[in-house]
Design a protein around this ligand. Sequence first.
Ligand code: ZN
Length: 552
Amino acid sequence: MIDNASIESLKNSIDIVDVIGSFIELRKAGANYKANCPFHGEKTPSFVVSPSKQIYHCFGCGVGGDSIKFVMELEKLSYPEAIEKLASMNNFSLTYTKGSSDYSDAKRVLEAIGQWYVKNLNQNPTPMQYLLDRGVSQSSIERFEIGYVPSGQQVMQFLTSALLPLPKAAEAGIIAQSENGQGYYARLVERITFPIYSASASIVGFGGRTITNHPAKYINSPQTKLFNKSRLLYGYHLAKESIYKNKKIIICEGYLDVVMFHQAGFTEAVAGMGTALTTEHLPMLRKGDPKVILAYDGDKAGVAAALKAAQMLSVAGFDGGVVLFPDGQDPADLIAKGQSEAVAKLLREAKPLIPFVLEKIVEQYDLRDPRAKEAGFGAVKQYIDTLTPIIKDAYIPTAATLLGLSPSFFGAQARPERARDNFTQRRDDVAQLSILKTLIEAPALIDNVLAVVDVNMFGNYAGLFSALINGENDNPGLVGLSVDESFEVMSEEELNSVLRNFLIKHYDMKLKNVATSQQIPFEKKSYLIRKIRTDIIPRLKKGELVAYDPSI
Ligand code: ZN
């Protein structure tokens, strides 16, 4: 058992703002901090953290408590597990009452096996030669504690001879139980190993790179109590000091890139765990308030990943830029070839985030075709509307130039005489965009919507709507909308009510057009007017969802 005095001193040494702030984004609000509650879905923050009381409380769903309670609830841990988690996050050594050695046995396994991996690398010429061939220096190998894992059999032998309990090794993600439940097998075999550390520099798992042409180039530890890949950044513990000092963080794609960046003196480099950057990384990226430089491969996958990340970062208010490495050359190769100066130049000339996003969105449309241009405009406007007003205003000219349109298409937010127009325009947009946002989150409702409206009714957003129907999940406009907090996801009931208003507006407009039309014969005219006025609109107003009829 954990010693009580040790729990008390842990409690005294942690601050609830740091603890909660390392899981979710907190914003200062007077003496307190606010956030969107992580325990119930909400769009306006009602979750409050009080540094003076060292507690949190949600006014929306009523949860509350201290740091330990928060970690227990969020990570679904028992009380001792939460204490251990907090201790490891803060590099705090707990003491245990006699007879128990429960404390981070998993961590002890990770440390022991990490040292064994390192020893193996020194005894195996093939992986060592591979690293040297890639240009990795001996001192980088030591600094990053790069190792090698031989056969599965040797892993099992090592664990047994070192008296490391197998269930704990399984808990640490080193081995897994075989399917028939009889015995264990090693998860990583015949790979170069990269230990992965948490931000507070405790080892949480391993990444393994194949040198035998295994189809999976990299394999990471599985998700464990210690290893949460959507929140970790490889190399962060070594880069942290430089990130704070130089107010810069370089995010690259591979572990070897990180090693080589550091070797060339760019010690602010980190990498994701082979997955895309997500909003869960934002609290960590925000620390020290650095500029975020995305250093990705210039291939199709790299560009797509950079676009997504740049979009998310710019919407979240980050400053920074994007560097795409040309001709399939990754930064590791360039540095290995002694081209550090070229890399430094590329980093200095990073394209700022917002212009990068705008360019990449526009590139996807053939501007010679007016319809494509209109769709491109819709996608750009969608993105630019997610930026804060002053930033948005600053980038409208760039966006307009890229599209070859007048800036007035984007609405002149700053001109008071046009404020009313904009308000009406914006109100229409909110309805359309809220429908789209709802469908992104609840695709099951797409059929309901398609049954009653037509794509063309979405005006500027017709392109986005088509993209949604076609399941183009990477469409930048849709990605932007999915991270945009200013549009609510509606319930089915709310959605139906918005659709009804939408249809009423459509038929009101239709009535006016029919009345003034020279083309429609008189009898047809009076039939249409009667039908719309006395049948369709009253039914809609009564709450019936009347399907759009293209013949009317
Ligand atoms: Zn709540």
